[in-house]
Design a protein around this ligand. Structure first.
Ligand SMILES: N[C@@H](CCC(=O)N[C@@H](CS)C(=O)NCC(=O)O)C(=O)O
Length: 209
C-alpha cells in the first residue's frame, strides 16, 4: 500500500490524481505546510528537501511529482497512461514533461514565490509582471505542441496530462489568462475527469477542522 504525503492545493494533487486514475488504494498523510510540519526532522528523514509530494513505497520514498506519476504508470499502467519505454512516443512524453515542469510551471511558481512563498524580505513585487510575460510565452508554445490533439501526447491520456492539467488549473487560480481556445478547451476537458475531483476532495477531507 502506498502512502502519499501531501497538502491540499499543492502539487501533491498530481500524485493523488494519478493514484485515482489507476484505481490504486493509498493512505494519505497530511503534512501541514501552514504549521511548518515539512521542516520537522521526522519529515526531513523522508524527504531531505522538506517538500511535498512524497510517495512512500515498500522499497522507499520517491519525491518529485513528475517522477512519481511516471513510476506509477510504469508499474501499474498496463499499457495505458504512458507510452512504451524506448519508443519515440515515450521520448515525446518525456519532452512534454520536461517542458511542462521546466518552462510552463516555472513562471507560475515564480509568481507564487514572490507573492507569498518566499520570506517577505526576499520577495520582489515586479516578478508578477515578469512571470506573466514568461508564462504567456511558454503557453503559446504549449498551444502549438497541443494543436488539435485531445491529449498532450496525442490520442492517449497520459500522466503528462495530469501535470499539464494541474499547471493550467494553478495558472487559472493565479489569475493568469489562457487566451488560446485549444488550451482553454483542453483545460476544461482534463479537469472534468472524475479522478481529479476524487483526488482533491480526498486531500481536502484531511484538513483539520
Ligand atoms: N519539483 C517539485 C516541487 C515540490 C514543491 O515545491 N512542493 C511545494 C508544495 S507545491 C512545497 O512542498 N513547498 C514547501 C516549501 O517549499 O517550503 C515537485 O514537482 O514535486
Amino acid at each position: 500500500m502506498y502512502t502519499l504525503y501531501g497538502y491540499p492545493k499543492t502539487r501533491s494533487v498530481r500524485v493523488a490524481w494519478a493514484l485515482e486514475e489507476l484505481g490504486l488504494p493509498y493512505d494519505y498523510h497530511l503534512i501541514n505546510l501552514r504549521q511548518g510540519e515539512h521542516f520537522s526532522d521526522k519529515f526531513k528523514a523522508i524527504n531531505a528537501a522538506s517538500k511535498i509530494p512524497v510517495l512512500v513505497t515498500d522499497e522507499g520514498a520517491i519525491s518529485e511529482s513528475a517522477a512519481i506519476v511516471t513510476f506509477l504508470a510504469e508499474r501499474h499502467g498496463l499499457q495505458e497512461f504512458i507510452p512504451e519505454s524506448g519508443s519515440f512516443a515515450r521520448a515525446k512524453y518525456e519532452e512534454m514533461l520536461m517542458f511542462l515542469t521546466n518552462e510552463l510551471e516555472q513562471p507560475i511558481w515564480n509568481i507564487a514565490k514572490h507573492t507569498f512563498a518566499l520570506p517577505a524580505e526576499k520577495r520582489i513585487a515586479d516578478m508578477r509582471e515578469v512571470g506573466e510575460w514568461e508564462f504567456q510565452r511558454a503557453l503559446s508554445v504549449f498551444s502549438s505542441m497541443l494543436g488539435d490533439n485531445e491529449f498532450v501526447c496525442g490520442n492517449m491520456f497520459t500522466m503528462a496530462d495530469i501535470i499539464a492539467g494541474h499547471i493550467l488549473s494553478w495558472a487559472k487560480g493565479s489569475k493568469l489568462a489562457i487566451p488560446q481556445d485549444n488550451v482553454a478547451e483542453y483545460t476544461k476537458r482534463i479537469l472534468a475527469r472524475p479522478a481529479y475531483e476524487k483526488a482533491w476532495k480526498n486531500e481536502n477531507s484531511h484538513l483539520p477542522t
